[in-house]
Design a protein around this ligand. Sequence first.
Ligand code: SF4
Length: 117
Amino acid sequence: MKAQAVPNPVRRLGRRGFLARLAIASLALPFLGSLSARADDPPRLDPNNPAAKTIGYTEDASKVDPKKEPLFKPNSRCANCTFFQSAQAKGDDAPCTIFANQVVAGKGWCRAWSAKA
Ligand code: SF4
């Protein structure tokens, strides 16, 4: 049985071509790292999620109609709710202790809102 030759990238691309591609790949590595970090971030809670709908979660508290949501208090939003985990916030989003493994929008709101102490 004859062994197949393993392609040699240096020979195929030439020394300069190989080094150029190696340099480009090394420049891209930090960006690939940030992409994988994003992939590990918990997803944002979908307002159409059945549990979210049950407690009237919305991503924008300014659109809540107080006549339809009697529990809504002026200026209440996720960012000033006791369940909003501000210490773990990334941008405007942070985990909410009510919705495990998901983040909610800081300007969101739901009927479980409780003023941060
Ligand atoms: Fe936002 Fe608080 Fe409702 Fe969580 S419990 S979704 S932080 S208002």
